[in-house]
Design a protein around this ligand. Sequence first.
Ligand code: FE2
Length: 351
Amino acid sequence: MRLVLTENLKEDMKLAKPIYEKGSILLNKEVTDLFKYKDKLLELGIKHLYVEDRYSHDIKVNDIIKDTTRRQGKKIVKKTFNKIKKGFIDLNIGELKAVIEEITSELVKNEDILLNLVSLKSASDYTYEHSVNVSIVCISLGKMLGYSESELFKLGMGGMLHDIGKTLIPEEILNKPGPLTDYEYQLMKNHPELGFNYLQQLDTVSPLSRIVVFSHHERVDGSGYPRGLMGSEIHEFARVAAIADVFDALTSDRVYRDKWPTYKAAEYIMNNTERFFDYQLVKKFLPQISFYPNGVEVILSNGYRGIVKNQNIGFPTRPLIYLIEDDQGNEITKEMDLLKHMNIVITKVIV
Ligand SMILES: [Fe+2]
């Protein structure tokens, strides 16, 4: 399968992964007349899709966790957030624990050395899908740091609940289409504290998870909030969550902008290391993710166009490419291993 922009859908493309909207299947895998749904999908804010076409049959995209687990996580976090909005004090803690345990156990077992962190989100359920993904990226990074399974669980719980305080911010500010006024921005910046205070009422969530909620907007140069802490004053779990939160937000489609390709988000993290993000953590994280994940369409410095087919472990910028077009625009089918052609680089990512 491969990743395409919805606006570039062609008539010969079949859906390779089901599309869900508000918890139910909108379009099933292998739907053949996908092309006719193009406008509807764009209307729903679905800007990217995994498809099968004549170029993609040999390309495998590995999910780091099962699709069912990801959807279960989203369902529970949505239920939890909605309960809090309605004024309930207790959380669905049993269900939350079960799904985070499942995510942790799947990630601990996953032996892929280069992680594909592409996750397509629907605009309407962004908050919940983002929560699940921050939890996944936190646990993946924690695993790279050698955390125990119990530490990974607490970090994952913190990642899942990091924005729980947003449920206590007025909807009209949260969903305001235009830029926030200074006053509204200040209110929005209360969400880590609101979330932390809310969780303080419960003894079912570990203090280590609560610290993630409280400190995920702290930045190592002291420019973050709520306390303006610096470097190691910020708990390591929160420094991990800061990377996961920003990385996932940048690689997500939003109403106001398209998702950034993974390499660009990785560059952003790299460029802001020691300013916003912890150098030692970034140094562990970046070499272990696929900068150009399988299925992504790219243009090379020799003018050829192709699709990323496989990864070269230890060399995240030099994958194996399945070429589909030469520099004159002629259709070709040939593979090129960028590890064996060090003079050629990826110059553009189409999706
Ligand atoms: Fe936040």
